[in-house]
Design a protein around this ligand. Sequence first.
Ligand code: FES
Length: 166
Amino acid sequence: MRILKRRQFLSRMWGAGSALVALAGAWTTWDLLRPGEAKGFGGNIRTVDPRAVPDTGVLEIPAARSYLVNIDGEIRAISRKCPHLGCGVAYCESSGQFECACHGSAFNRAGEYRTGPAPRGMDRHPLEIIDGLIYIDTGTVGNGPAPGPQTIDEPVLGPSCSEEAH
Ligand code: FES
């Protein structure tokens, strides 16, 4: 009698364990295949509530290798890959602009070209807001704007980060 109960118990545990493994497999499959939610760079990256993007400065999103900026209420996703030769462009707090340390290109907070060998402004990713969160489509890149008049009135605030380093 006791052995039978133990066997029943073990049988049920095996059944429950198998069901859990099947459930985990189904969850993983769904998680990987659901549209619009690829994990990691190259897919749609879930980021933050739009209200978390500051009116001034930038919000770096390392997983998307990009920055979110709020330009007069419009949120944009700017790739940190320099349009010159691909170095990572940093935002410099003291100057209030993006600066590439490789060859000195600089861009305003909207990613528009200011100076240096870059052929255009910083490239951009499309974004959309789903259930109150910003998703950056890192699989799609649009060329930054051609050099020309800047559309935002934000002068250089102070010394560039490369000047400060010397
Ligand atoms: S890679 Fe950025 S200026 Fe050359």
